[in-house]
Ligand binder design. Structure first.
Ligand code: RIB
Length: 306
């Protein structure tokens, strides 16, 4: 099993469970609150680590109590934090999240220290990165760092997986074309391609355009409809599972972390997608982000009951 490097964000999730959003000028009581470790990069690293992956994290924390908690959380899960460093005088990343009773969420992110993760940090970690079999990146850090990670992977023959979340307009075509894996959801795919994506068929059409542009493997996550693949291995779809969802926050990250772990084990894309769809489904049945990710034995029991 090869190591996975996650170059990305960490946030403190401030999750408020709501019946509805307050109107302007209104004060409204909400039924619940929870604080947890989050951030798309951290969530993906944690999902992979909980399943048994050997994970190296490159990230920045701030100059506050949140930083200690984030570092302790990574370390408790066995994630290598040698390259998670503190930024003086800056807050850690924070994400106020609102989850409705129908399980859907709205998220604000304040990048804080995450905006300070720079290409020089990738150079500083190059010895650790060159030991990895996969580099995973998302878009909650500066784009120059994301692009540098893609260039670094290319230069050293390490496959790079980009999860283009949160959706950002105007991504560099030249960098996207160098990717081994692009794993967007339908909204992100629509923004990247400029096409309407509102069904598996339209997602397939848009994903084909990206493969024609040079990306080796495009996987589109379709929520409860599963995920579809287009790329060097042809085209196929993995069906989703129907579960009783209570909180969908971090389900996309659960997919990425699980996919990265399984693909790193035997490079079987379809198998890794099948596991990732199920792992992501399990995650929406629990509250919170990382708190809803099962470890390997809990996940195996879930798979047996499907
Ligand atoms: O994808 C879910 C994550 O988005 C949350 O953990 C939050 O921190 C934001 O980064």
């Amino acid at each position: 099993m090869s190591k996975i490097a996650v170059i990305g964000s960490n946030m403190v999730d401030l999750i408020t469970y709501i019946d509805r959003m307050p109107r302007q000028g209104e004060t409204l009581e909400a039924p619940g609150f929870a604080m947890g470790c989050g951030g798309k990069g951290a969530n993906q690293a944690v999902a992979a680590a909980k399943l048994g992956a050997d994970v190296v994290m490159l990230s920045k924390v701030g100059d506050d109590v949140f930083a200690d908690n984030t570092l302790a959380n990574f370390q408790r899960l066995g994630i290598d934090t040698q390259h998670v460093t503190r930024v003086a005088g800056v807050s850690s990343g924070v994400a106020p999240i609102f989850v409705k009773s129908d399980s859907h969420n709205s998220i604000l992110i304040i990048k804080g220290a995450n905006a300070h993760l720079k290409p020089a940090d990738i150079d500083a970690a190059q010895a650790a990165l060159r030991n990895c079999g996969l580099i995973v990146v998302q878009l909650e850090i500066e784009l120059e760092t994301v692009y540098y990670a893609i260039e670094f992977g290319k230069r050293h023959g390490i496959p790079v997986l980009l999860n283009p979340a949160p959706a950002v307009e105007g991504l560099s075509r030249a960098h996207l074309a160098q990717l081994d894996f692009l794993i967007p959801n339908e909204t992100e795919l629509a923004l990247i391609t400029g096409q309407t994506v509102n069904s598996p068929d339209s997602a397939l059409k848009a994903a084909k355009q990206l493969v024609a542009d040079g990306i080796r493997h495009v996987i589109v996550t379709l929520g409860e409809k599963g995920a579809l693949y287009v790329g060097e291995e042809g085209e196929f779809r993995v069906k989703g599972q129907i579960v009783a969802a209570v909180d969908t926050t971090g389900a996309g990250d659960a997919f990425i972390g699980c996919f990265a772990h399984h693909w790193s084990q035997d490079r079987d894309i379809k198998k890794a997608m099948t596991q990732a769809v199920a792992y992501s489904a399990y995650s929406v049945t629990g509250l919170g982000t990382q708190t809803s990710y099962p470890d390997a034995s809990t996940f195996n029991r879930f798979l047996q009951d499907l």
